[in-house]
Ligand binder design. Structure first.
Ligand code: ZN
Length: 318
């Protein structure tokens, strides 16, 4: 890499951070800011009163929704295996929901990526008996102070009990409860730590936050995410499933291949529109004002990320 290339990369990283400073202003519904002004703190506060909904899918797999990212559970004679941990403040309610499934103990926890709404519960689940498995970058980010610019939040290093004790780089296959669990690294996508977990015999795929069903996704440029990486992961998810596969997203209801295709098409269309505006010299404010997400806002913009915020997230990466 020559000197010119290095300064170009450095400048680009700086611009990415500067753009995302503006994103923070648009993030999240206003009520999340009402109590103390930060999205992370406010969502953790809300986790204490979160209602946990349990949906039984098939092959012994259930999904718990309501506290952070979707939690999948496979229960059997090897104990309960959880995919993602929810918010720590929801401990009592998540424990109640797990106890309501059956009496099997908690034995394994797999993190789809490092974000707090998927790993906050790591410490209590570990103390309850779970060994924690993740991609190596999840342990890296949880082990050290990690800042997410768009959330205006720096996460301190996690306590030892919250850290994954078994990490892998690309693929890991586990045999538990008579089921094959295939863990696969996406490469940089929503972060640089995203994995999918496939329950092979049940034909169920948990995509983590590479898929938000019915919602514009957050993209974490601070730890290696990008719109290009999100689209590559969306393509990988489509290639991975059949018409029979049940797909669990990081956020939103479980869905199917058709819904994955719809999400990929939305990402590609908006990426192309935003890229065209940016390459014509439009500033971030001008690009947002041009409303490149307008055709999608009614369906996709009603959750955590609205059309303006998503435009800014895409703009940072094209
Ligand atoms: Zn995430």
């Amino acid at each position: 890499m020559n000197q010119g290339r290095i300064s170009q990369v450095t400048r680009r990283q700086f611009l990415t951070c500067a753009s995302l400073g503006a994103v923070g202003l648009w993030l999240a519904p206003r009520h999340l800011f009402a109590q103390d002004g930060n999205l992370v703190t406010a969502s953790r506060d809300q986790g204490a009163s979160a209602k946990i909904t349990v949906q039984r899918l098939r092959g012994g797999v259930s999904v718990l929704t309501g506290s952070g990212g979707n939690i999948a559970v496979l229960s059997g004679t090897d104990g309960k295996i959880l995919i993602d941990a929810g918010l720590a403040t929801s401990r009592r309610r998540i424990a109640e929901a797990l106890g309501g499934l059956d009496a099997n103990p908690i034995r394994h926890l797999l993190n789809t990526h490092w974000h707090y709404d998927h790993t906050d519960g790591n410490e209590w689940l570990n103390s309850a008996g779970a060994r924690i498995v993740a991609q190596e970058n999840t342990r890296k980010h949880l082990s050290t102070a990690t800042r997410v610019e768009a959330w205006d939040f720096t996460f301190p290093p996690s306590p030892a009990g919250a850290l994954p004790t078994e990490v892998f780089k690309q693929d890991l296959t586990l045999q538990l409860n008579g089921t094959t669990l295939a863990l696969k690294y996406y490469g940089p996508a929503h972060t640089d730590s995203d994995i999918s977990v496939e329950f092979t015999e049940a034909e169920i795929l948990h995509t983590g936050d590479t898929w938000w069903n019915g919602h514009f996704p957050f993209i974490d440029y601070s730890t290696g995410g990008s719109i290009g990486g999100m689209i590559r992961a969306a393509e990988a998810n489509i290639a991975r499933v059949t018409d029979k596969t049940l797909v669990i997203p990081g956020h939103g209801p479980a869905g199917d291949k058709f819904a994955l295709i719809e999400f990929r098409d939305m990402l590609v269309t908006i990426r192309d529109k935003v890229a065209a505006l940016k390459h014509r010299g439009k500033s971030l404010d001008e690009t947002v004002a041009a409303a490149p997400t307008a055709d999608y806002d009614a369906k996709w913009g009603n959750f955590f990320i609205n059309g303006k915020t998503f435009t800014a997230l895409v703009y940072a990466g094209v």
